[in-house]
Design a protein around this ligand. Structure first.
Ligand code: G6P
Ligand code: MN
Length: 422
């Protein structure tokens, strides 16, 4: 079996290598074809992979590619984990909306929209070059990308996000429950999921009672999670919100905080990356490397490898992935790409029936879906009018003139990555 990784120079790669080691027996004999356009990082990560597989006794071979065709040729699984334009482009995604009073975020809102415009053309190229493979996609915004590929090509694609794992862990801490054995039915759209049901070791928990007792903690926010705001929201909503809910329900406060902070998340990451890659490169030269875990928490790599194994081995394992709704959530279109607990088997994910979205967020989630559909269409066609409609449909934006300014600045700033608009 051959797995191609597109974006293998990514800082998230050490976690992916650990994920493969963790399933080494199931993946024995696999060829890992690593592709990146950044040769330096590709060399580091492939050397690291070889060293870690050899130290861990994993029968996985590694090849390195800068050409897409050779990497994809004969691959059964194509794992996509790249960011067109890199972190410099992410900085623009995060800063352009903010100039216009809108949250600047790499996946939610207009920042994610600009990323979708760059990501979709590359994914479509990959889908066309590997028509028989399963595309296992982490490239954000994962559900917009998944929608664009699923609707416009015959390719099979499954959208991933590690949020469900990371958020469940945060909620275990907030509710004083063990993380091990805790399962939350995160349901909705990527980065806009909600959990009404929680189970511990298979037994249903009384979520409203747990939330009644929950005390709102002070502080503790990280770049990914804000337990104080999540607890505050959950007590009002009556169920658990995804961490990205803060951008919707505390939009203006977040805009003020981002402005006051002065640097974007992209700039913060760019500042830490040289030392990070230096550490990883040094480890890659050792016989038994232990690369930094600073990038890719939430079992990011393990999750992706487990999804590939579930598809390949027809495991029917219950996993939260982005796939076609097919009625699992009756309050969203049947052909929407939703994030929902699914049984992942050889033929693909089978979404489990979750019932309607809870009333307090039903309209919001439907609005986000309407935006995502338009965003996906604009990213495929390069139609400016559809792009403007998408931004106007987004709950952060609405204002036509604000949408126009963000769109014009975004298209100009990213023009080298937007062939469909030129
Ligand atoms: C979470 C999200 C990902 C996102 C990442 C960004 O894991 O689920 O979709 O890309 O955070 O993390 P970063 O460290 O790059 O800000
Ligand atoms: Mn995600």
């Amino acid at each position: 079996m051959k797995i191609a990784i597109i974006g293998a120079g990514s800082g998230y790669m050490p976690g992916v290598i650990r994920g493969i080691l963790h399933r080494a027996d199931d993946l024995a004999g696999t060829e890992l074809a690593c592709h990146d356009i950044d040769t330096g990082n590709l060399v580091t990560m492939t050397r690291l992979a070889r060293a870690m597989f050899s130290a861990g006794g994993a029968a996985v071979t590694v090849s390195a590619h800068t050409g897409l065709k050779a990497a994809l040729d004969g691959a059964s699984y194509v794992f996509t984990t790249f960011r067109p334009g890199g972190l410099a482009a992410r900085h623009l995604d995060e800063s352009i909306p903010l100039r216009h009073g809108v949250v600047g975020q790499e996946t939610a809102g207009p920042g994610g929209f600009l990323m979708a415009l760059r990501s979709v053309p590359v994914l479509l190229e990959i889908a066309a070059a590997a028509p028989d493979a399963w595309i296992v996609n982490y490239t954000n915004p994962t559900n917009v990308v998944t929608d664009a590929v699923a609707r416009t090509t015959g390719a099979r694609i499954i959208g991933l996000c590690d949020q469900a794992v990371g958020d469940t862990e945060m909620w275990a801490g907030l509710l004083g429950l063990p993380f091990e054995g805790l399962e939350a039915d995160w349901t909705g759209l990527n980065h806009a999921t909600w959990a009404q049901r929680l189970r511990l070791d298979g037994h249903d928990l009384d979520v409203p009672a747990l939330l009644d007792e929950l005390e709102i903690p002070g502080g503790g926010a990280t770049p990914w999670r804000d337990p104080s705001r999540m607890a505050e929201l959950a007590k009002t909503l009556g169920f658990l919100p995804n961490s990205y809910a803060k951008y919707y329900f505390f939009h203006d406060e977040v805009v003020a905080e981002l402005r006051e902070k002065g640097t974007t998340r992209a700039q913060d990451i760019l500042a830490m990356l040289p030392a990070y890659y230096e550490q990883v490169a040094a480890e890659s030269r050792k016989a038994d490397p232990d690369p930094s875990r600073e990038r890719g928490g939430g079992e990011h790599g393990e999750f992706a490898v487990d999804v590939i194994c579930a598809l390949h081995r027809d495991e029917g394992r219950r996993m939260i992935v982005n796939t076609r709704n097919n009625g699992a959530i009756p309050s969203l279109d049947a052909d929407a790409i939703v994030e929902v607990p699914s049984l992942v088997e050889r033929a693909g994910p089978v979404p489990l029936t979750m019932g309607p979205l809870p009333g307090p967020v039903r309209g919001l989630t439907q609005a986000i879906h309407a935006y995502e559909r338009l965003a996906s269409e604009a990213a495929v066609t390069g139609d400016r009018r559809t792009a403007l409609q998408a931004l106007m449909a987004h709950p952060f934006v609405r204002s036509k003139h604000t949408a126009e300014k963000i769109l014009d600045e975004g298209l100009a700033a990213h023009r080298d990555h937007l062939p469909q608009f030129t």
